[in-house]
Design a protein around this ligand. Structure first.
Ligand SMILES: Cc1cc2nc3c(=O)[nH]c(=O)nc-3n(C[C@H](O)[C@H](O)[C@H](O)COP(=O)(O)OP(=O)(O)OC[C@H]3O[C@@H](n4cnc5c(N)ncnc54)[C@H](O)[C@@H]3O)c2cc1C
Length: 402
């Protein structure tokens, strides 16, 4: 069994979806990979609603973690005006997030990765053309050495901090409760917007088999207090009456667009690199996509023996060219959305509550690429432009010529 004293090719801090997938991709090519995770149990504590599109299974095979299927959404305005979007087919699935993370890491272990649980990375630095990470493992200090370090250490990434890579512009506080004993699984998520419900973001209820996950993120303040209020919304109460909490989830959504996600010998991936969608907070698909690209760059670097920032930049260029365009648009949409007043939300619901518009949303909406529907709606009804902020207007002018 390898120990911290053995040199590794790649050190990965964090065993979430990004860390697990990067480890699997690199280890299966025969390189020595160490996955350093501070918790003793993979996937815990859960910080997620578990809503993903079937697209994630292009990256991972763990379909056994699916708890339920979602084919539409009910969206509620501040005054309770409801829009129903029914895609009729499976638009998304809900996974058991702890099992999902464990399944990804299990694949990494099968590919040859070494896991170090209960091991907290406490510092990292460049050394002799490589990197070393100092950890606390069961109260003992140990030092891991590698050629490349991949920071997959989530929203409050220390790896990013240690290598002066970036900090998110802001982190939205989120709170979620899983409720057992809900009334059936409707196959629809419920979404709630409004400054009294979830200022600066939105609230959700995600059915997950025989439970439901009710949560929200807010611009600032006490997310728990807002959630207690949302649980009393008639549409939530009707579905969750008599249900009881079995799990509380606390977390944060990173908001921002990183200008640099690499340094000499180092890459940061997933929430550590602010790669979640600012529109929805969804970050599993984007983390997997970017982890795959980071692994490709790591393999190229190992092959060539070149761990320079110039080599690591290939990863940054690859993800900004692929998913980065969408993430930029999502950030601009978020910045417009977070400024809306309740009166403006009601006006927008008035515009959207039209069978043609709803059909267009049903046909075009894609959770992983939310800007597609935004662009399509603006083309269909330019009245929406009134609600759009400066950054988004500039992008729209460049992208759709309005
Ligand atoms: C309330 C909430 C609900 C969400 N719901 C959804 C959803 O429904 N769908 C979706 O797609 N996304 C959702 N997300 C976002 C999603 O959870 C993240 O985008 C995703 O987990 C990012 O994966 P990751 O691998 O980058 O980081 P993480 O999953 O956060 O993994 C980071 C890992 O690093 C470890 N770590 C951190 N620091 C250290 C250290 N110093 N040493 C060792 N280990 C360390 C952590 O313990 C953790 O295991 C939600 C987020 C929140 C807050």
């Amino acid at each position: 069994m390898r120990t911290a004293a053995d040199p590794f090719d790649v050190l990965i801090v964090g065993a979430g979806p990004a860390g697990g997938l990067a480890a699997q991709r690199i280890a299966r090519k025969g390189y020595e990979v160490a996955v350093i995770e501070e918790h003793r149990e993979i996937g815990e504590p859960i910080q997620c609603g578990g809503l993903v599109t079937p697209r994630v299974f292009d990256y991972v095979t763990c379909k056994e973690t699916i708890l339920g299927k979602i084919h539409g959404a009910e969206i509620y305005s501040p005054k309770g005006h409801r829009l129903t979007i029914d895609g009729h087919e499976t638009e998304a699935v809900v996974v058991d997030r702890a099992m999902f993370d464990r399944a990804i890491l299990t694949e990494a272990v099968r590919a040859g990765a070494h896991t170090f649980l209960g091991t907290q990375a406490q510092g990292a630095r460049h050394t002799d053309g490589g990197v070393e990470v100092t950890v606390d493992r069961d109260g003992h200090k140990e030092v891991f050495r590698g050629k490349i370090l991949i920071g997959c250490d989530g929203v409050r990434s220390n790896v990013a901090k240690w290598f002066h890579i970036l900090r998110p512009k802001k982190i939205l506080p989120g709170f979620e409760v899983e409720l057992a004993g809900v009334r059936g699984d409707p196959g629809f998520v419920k979404l709630f917007v409004g400054n009294d419900i979830a200022p600066g973001f939105f609230g959700w209820v995600i059915p997950s088999g025989d439970t439901a996950r009710a949560g929200l993120c807010v611009r600032e303040g006490n997310a728990y207090a807002y959630l207690q209020k949302m649980l009393k919304h008639p549409a939530v109460e009707k579905y969750t009456k008599g249900a009881q909490p079995i799990l509380y989830i606390v977390g944060g959504i990173p908001i921002g667009f990183p200008r640099r996600t690499y340094a000499d010998n180092v890459m940061v991936v997933g929430d550590a690199a602010c790669q979640a969608k600012a529109t929805s907070g969804g970050g599993i698909f984007t983390s997997l996509h970017c982890a795959d690209l980071a692994a490709q760059t790591a393999l190229e670097a190992l092959d060539k023996g070149d761990y320079s920032a110039r080599m690591m930049h290939r990863y940054h260029r690859a993800w900004t060219k692929s998913i980065g365009k969408e993430l930029r648009k999502d950030l601009a949409i978020h910045e417009s959305f977070e400024r809306l007043t309740d009166a403006q939300f009601e006006e927008l619901f008035g515009i959207f509550d039209d069978p043609d518009v709803l059909r267009l949303i049903e046909d075009t909406a894609d959770i992983d690429f939310p800007s597609k529907i935004g662009w399509t709606l603006i083309r269909k009804d330019p009245r929406i432009l009134k609600y759009v902020g400066k950054a988004l207007r500039t992008m729209i002018a460049q992208n759709v010529g309005i």
